[in-house]
Ligand binder design. Structure first.
Ligand code: C5P
Length: 284
């Protein structure tokens, strides 16, 4: 018997940095959506704890205690006082250090499959604080549904749905360090602008997103110039209703209302930039 969970990619539809805590963490205001595409985490019974990583982005990732999936397993076993016994298999489909929550989503998926394998049932509050101790984005990744996020990532306000848009994810295949991008951020803080119920309606959604931005974009471009190339390439597609960077980058996204137009943009990008990661998906 084994348990399997999708670790979906996370997209920050907008991301405002609204303040900074004395410990250095930034206060955010962001709308997260998750995609049908992602990594996959599977847990099998075993006499000991191990992690195998396969898939296109497996190379270079450690399978040891510094891997967030192993950290999640150890924290859950300690909290629930159960032996940390499992063979975990991670299919790493998402680029590493890429602003779409790969590691955070893997950790959240590991918590889900291990709760089932070990037959433990945590309260939602305990699960959230365990998730937060693993990383600021892990609580929202546990939800894996559209969610408005504030605080450093721990204050979640569920949103019933976002329009089922077609999503093109593009990464220049250059890792971007999140702490470095936060350090590069400068200028005033933005104001929190959570979407109203009216703005969440499909006919208003895109205009509402256009009135917001990703405050980490300039910092990410200073850290990795290829992010600018991706944004400029996406801006060329006039059929796209919005293009923007996700999280701390370098993955950027373009949204389409028409699948055919997304496919055309995807083929075009694959020809013009064969070394970029280009993936079509939809919001969950
Ligand atoms: O929590 P996580 O390990 O994902 O964050 C990585 C780094 O990104 C933090 O150490 C911090 O430098 C930065 N960060 C931040 N404010 C946030 C989230 C992350 O400054 N809300």
């Amino acid at each position: 018997m084994s348990f399997r969970a999708l670790a979906p990619a996370k997209v920050n539809l907008y991301l405002h940095v609204v303040g900074k805590r004395p410990d250095g963490y930034h206060l955010l205001d962001s709308l997260f959506a998750f995609t049908e595409y992602g990594d996959v985490v599977e847990a099998f019974p075993s006499a000991e704890l191990s992690l195998e990583i396969k898939g296109p982005y497996a190379a270079g990732l450690s399978c040891g205690e510094d891997n967030i999936v192993i950290k999640a397993a150890l924290k859950l076993s300690e909290f629930c006082k159960v032996p940390a016994k499992a063979r975990l298999v991670l299919e790493k489909n998402l680029p590493v250090a890429s602003g779409i929550g790969g590691g955070s989503s893997d950790a959240a998926a590991a918590l889900k499959v291990l709760q089932r394998l070990w037959n433990v049932d945590l309260s939602w509050d305990d699960l959230l604080s365990l998730a937060l101790s693993l990383g600021a984005d892990v609580p929202s990744c546990l939800r894996a549904r559209p969610v408005h996020v504030s605080g450093i990532g721990e204050i979640l306000e569920e949103i019933s749905s976002v329009p089922r848009l077609f999503v093109l994810l593009v990464n220049p295949n250059k890792p971007v360090s999140t702490p470095q991008v936060f350090k590069e951020r400068c200028g005033d803080f933005s104001r929190a602008m959570p979407l109203t119920a009216q703005e969440l309606m499909p006919q208003n959604f895109i205009e509402a997103l256009k009135a917001r931005h990703n405050d980490l974009t300039d910092g990410a471009i200073r850290v990795e110039h290829a992010v600018k190339d991706v944004l400029e390439a996406l801006e060329k597609y006039e059929d796209s209703v919005l293009s923007r960077m996700s999280g701390s980058g370098g993955t950027c996204f373009a949204l389409f209302t028409d699948e055919g137009r997304l496919s055309a943009a995807k083929s075009d990008l694959e020809k013009s930039h064969p070394f970029w990661w280009v993936k079509e998906t939809r919001f969950l």
